[in-house]
Design a protein around this ligand. Structure first.
Ligand SMILES: NC(=O)c1ccc[n+]([C@@H]2O[C@H](COP(=O)([O-])OP(=O)(O)OC[C@H]3O[C@@H](n4cnc5c(N)ncnc54)[C@H](OP(=O)(O)O)[C@@H]3O)[C@@H](O)[C@H]2O)c1
Length: 136
């Protein structure tokens, strides 16, 4: 199948693995909806969009913002994705062990890395195509 009509949603694409995946898919001809939280991330995606390859559409989202997830879902209503990749996440600060982390830090980690991706996946479950598959 030609890849020029494939769409991916990458949540947390401003840097790191998400940006790398967006760049690789775009280079292979995939169209990518990429979410960021700030203008620095937006600029990186705009630079990517200028390169040869698929289209890049940039959206703003903080995955801890339930209303933001609902708003993004509405903005993307009718779109179907061959790949939905939730990269957004945070690493523990300091030593990163449960015994020394503050309760606020532990809660932030749990909400961002566990609760938010589940809520996001639930919101977008109807947006994945039946042909959703690994990148080619
Ligand atoms: N790279 C590895 O080898 C590795 C290994 C094990 C686990 N992980 C985990 O996998 C995840 C991704 O890794 P990475 O290397 O790509 O990390 P990274 O370079 O720190 O990038 C994290 C990405 O998540 C976004 N993000 C963080 N909190 C967010 C929020 N509340 N809402 C929306 N976006 C948010 C960041 O956006 P901003 O730019 O706006 O902050 C950034 O785009 C992280 O949770 C990391 O801890 C990575």
């Amino acid at each position: 199948m030609a890849v020029d009509n494939r769409w991916a949603l990458i949540v947390g694409a401003s840097r790191g693995l998400g940006l790398g995946l967006a760049a690789e898919l775009q280079r292979r001809g995939w169209n990518v909806v990429a979410t960021v939280r700030d203008t620095a991330g937006e600029r990186r995606l705009q630079d990517l969009a200028a390169k040869p390859g698929g289209k890049i559409r940039v959206e703003r989202l903080d995955i801890n913002d339930d209303a933001g997830i609902a708003a993004l879902r509405r903005r993307l209503d009718g779109e179907l994705f061959d790949l939905v990749f939730v990269n957004a996440g945070i690493a523990p600060r300091g030593r990163g062990d449960a015994a020394s982390a503050s309760r606020d830090e532990a809660a932030e980690l749990f909400l961002t890395n566990v609760v938010a991706p589940i809520r996001l996946a639930r919101a977008f479950v109807g947006c994945a195509t039946a042909r959703a598959s690994s990148p080619s």
